[in-house]
Design a protein around this ligand. Structure first.
Ligand code: SF4
Ligand code: SF4
Length: 239
C-alpha cells in the first residue's frame, strides 16, 4: 500500500508542469507500479462519484439513463486506456481470487486479437500523432466488426470494478439503439453533459499521461485495454 503522503506529493508534482503531461520534460521522481495503480484507483473512485451525480442530474431533468447490466453494445468499441489503468486491471487479475477471470481473458485474447488485427496499434499510433480522421476511421471500422471486448464474458464485464474511465463515462439516454457503429439517422446516443464530470475526465487523462511519461519512454500515452493488459500479464517477471 503506497504511503498516502508520498502519493499526494507525487500527484501534486505530476500536476505541477504541463510538460510532464506532454512528455517534453522528464519527471524527476520514480513512480512505482503500486503508486500508479493507487492513482488510477483514486481517480476512478472520484469519477464514479461524478457519474452518480450525472445520473442524479438526469433524473432531476426527467431523463433516464438506459445503461444496465447485460447491455453491451458499447463493449464492441475499441476501448483504450492509460498505463495506470492497465496496471490496475493487471493487479486486479493477478489476485488469486480472480484466477478464473484472468484465465478466461488469456484464453479469449488470441481470437480477439486475430479478429482485431493491427487496428488497436494503428488507432493508438494515429491518436498519438494527432491524426484524428485516421483514428476515427479505424475506430469506426473496428466498431462495425461487432467484435466484443475480450473482457466481456457471458454478457458481463469481467473486470467491472476496475474498468477504465472510458467505459465508466459511456452512457446513453432512453435507448441503446444508437450505441452501434451505424446508428439510426446517423445520430450518436444522447448523453448528459455535467461539466464537473467532463473536467474530472480531462484532469484524470492529464494525470494518467503524466504517470505514463514518468514510467515509460514509449511515446503512446494510450493503448487498447485488451492489448495493454495482455502485455502486462504475459511480460517476463521483473528481477
Ligand atoms: S452506453 Fe449504450 S450499449 Fe452501453 S450500457 Fe449504455 S445503453 Fe447500453
Ligand atoms: S472493459 Fe468491460 S465495460 Fe469496458 S469494453 Fe471491456 S467488457 Fe465492456
Amino acid at each position: 500500500m503506497p504511503d498516502p503522503e508520498r502519493l499526494s506529493r507525487l500527484v501534486n508534482e505530476l500536476s505541477s508542469d504541463p510538460r510532464y503531461v506532454s512528455g517534453q520534460k522528464r519527471f524527476p521522481l520514480a513512480v512505482s507500479d503500486g503508486e500508479a495503480v493507487a492513482i488510477a484507483e483514486a481517480l476512478s473512485e472520484e469519477f464514479e462519484e461524478g457519474v452518480t451525480q450525472r445520473a442524479a442530474q438526469a433524473a432531476r431533468q426527467g431523463l433516464s439513463i438506459h445503461c444496465h447490466a447485460g447491455c453491451t453494445a458499447c463493449c464492441n468499441v475499441l476501448v483504450s486506456c492509460y498505463l495506470p489503468e492497465s496496471l490496475r486491471i493487471a493487479a486486479f487479475l493477478n489476485q488469486p481470487e480472480q484466477a478464473e477471470v484472468k484465465a478466461a481473458f488469456l484464453a479469449a485474447y488470441p481470437a480477439w486479437k486475430q479478429r482485431a488485427g493491427s487496428a488497436p496499434e494503428q488507432a493508438m499510433t494515429a491518436f498519438a500523432s494527432g491524426q484524428q480522421a485516421t483514428y476515427d476511421a479505424i475506430h469506426l471500422a473496428h466498431f462495425r466488426q461487432a467484435l466484443p471486448c475480450a473482457f466481456l464474458a457471458d454478457g458481463r464485464c469481467s473486470i467491472y470494478p476496475v474498468r477504465p474511465l472510458g467505459c465508466r463515462n459511456a452512457h446513453a439516454l432512453d435507448t441503446a439503439e444508437h450505441c452501434v457503429a451505424d446508428p439510426p439517422g446517423g445520430k450518436p446516443p444522447q448523453a448528459v453533459e455535467l461539466i464537473p464530470v467532463s473536467r474530472l475526465l480531462q484532469r484524470a487523462t492529464q494525470l494518467f499521461h503524466a504517470v505514463h511519461n514518468a514510467k515509460s519512454r514509449e511515446r503512446h500515452g494510450q493503448k487498447s485495454v485488451c492489448v495493454a493488459v495482455y502485455e502486462l500479464l504475459t511480460r517476463p517477471p521483473r528481477r
